[in-house]
Write a protein that binds this ligand. Structure first.
Ligand code: AMP
Ligand code: TRP
Length: 350
């Protein structure tokens, strides 16, 4: 691009969790635990995405308390809200503002391919909210309003992150050249990298190893909630579905055994090991033995988090103060991006 200058991006991590109740082991291993690890390496912004929570159902009677509960989970798991940023999405209006711009960048055909929309809308697509359809554009805005370079998420969000890259790329192509007052030129938005992986990127239901562990599963025994006490954790693991064979000693032996694979993956995630390392210790063990070890590990790792969450939610004033402080610092970054975007698109701004 003539006169163009490639934008250099500061490395920044962003991720979001919906305040839709029942935070579970999948959310912890697939997302929150990794949020904690990343804060040693980069600047991180972690968001409770309340505007996403209302796409499936506008009226959420417990929205405020759920927002505080996810915030409490972030803090209890070890996210440092002073060094990094923790806030709720609706307190920073730039998310919704940039989302509108992205609604005009993304194509209907792109959104039509989103599997999460198809699953959520079910057969009655005509009756799904426009917000549910446009959900991935808001998600792209969450990430790109901070020009975040890395996004840790579970496997189920992979397609949304590909769409985020498509939106960034199309925006960058459509508006190339030196345009903003601050001198940005080619490639205003980064092509954000997903950070998906590890043994627990997709934690499955304890009742059915072919179904994702989910907040909305009607069976509470299908998931371990972060607020479950030691007895509940033990009972759910003991009741978890298994097959009659002993554990294999090699990872390949898990291939056609979804429940065994899931429990080994959970153990590996909690112990910070690979599945192969877990099987090196428990190959040929019966499930009764392995489940006892898993109960001890899960209670040791999750018990303190659940207790700290309970302590934190008892003081909503403190949580709200953390969120307000985070929102102020997030808004400062986001508003700068919106100024550039308005310059680039040609919107007269104040
Ligand atoms: P959500 O509750 O849908 O906002 O999800 C919050 C985060 O948890 C996202 O990064 C998801 O990808 C992740 N997540 C949700 N369910 C699972 C699961 N069963 N296994 C692994 N990660 C998950
Ligand atoms: N869609 C994500 C989920 O359901 C939540 C989310 C919203 C998110 N905005 C985000 C995740 C931005 C990562 C980055 O899990």
């Amino acid at each position: 691009m003539a006169g163009g200058q490639m934008t250099a991006f500061k490395e920044r991590v962003f991720s979001g969790v919906q305040p839709t109740g029942n935070l579970h082991l999948g959310n912890y291993l697939g997302a929150i635990r990794r949020f904690v690890q990343l804060q040693e390496e980069r600047d991180c912004i972690y968001c409770v995405v309340d505007l996403h929570a209302i796409t499936a159902q506008l009226v959420q009677p417990d929205l405020r308390s759920q927002t505080r509960e996810v915030t409490a989970a972030f803090l209890a798991a070890g996210i440092d809200a002073r060094r990094h940023i923790v806030f709720n999405q609706s307190q920073v209006p730039a998310h919704a503002e940039l989302s509108w711009i992205f609604d005009c960048v993304a194509r209907i055909g792109w959104l039509n391919r989103m599997t999460q929309f198809k699953e959520m809308a079910g057969k009655d697509r005509e009756n799904a909210s426009v917000g549910l359809f446009a959900y991935p554009c808001l998600m792209a805005a969450d990430i790109l309003v901070y020009r975040a370079t890395h996004v840790p998420v579970g496997e189920d969000q992979k397609q949304h992150l590909e769409l985020t890259r498509d939106i960034a790329q199309k925006f960058n192509n459509d508006f190339a050249g030196p345009i903003t007052e601050r001198g940005f030129t080619e490639g205003y938005f980064p092509l954000t990298e997903p950070l998906i992986g590890g043994p627990a990127a997709r934690v499955m239901s304890l009742r059915d190893g072919t179904k994702k562990m989910s907040k909305s599963d009607p069976s509470d025994n299908s998931r371990i909630n972060l607020t479950d006490d030691a007895d509940a954790i033990a009972q759910k693991i003991r009741k978890a579905k298994t097959d009659p064979e002993a554990l294999p000693s090699e990872e390949a032996g898990l291939a056609a055994r979804p429940e065994a694979d899931n429990l080994v993956g959970i153990y590996a995630g909690l112990a910070d090991q690979t599945k192969a390392e877990v099987l090196a210790g428990y190959g040929n063990a019966q499930f009764s033995t392995f489940k006892s070890a898993l109960v001890d590990l899960a209670v040791a790792k999750l018990g303190p988090i659940g207790q700290e969450m309970t302590r934190l939610v008892a003081d909503p004033g403190h949580i709200d103060a953390v969120l307000a402080d985070g929102a102020e610092r997030a808004a400062a970054i986001a508003e700068e991006t919106m100024r550039d975007v308005k310059d680039i698109v040609g919107l007269i701004r104040r």
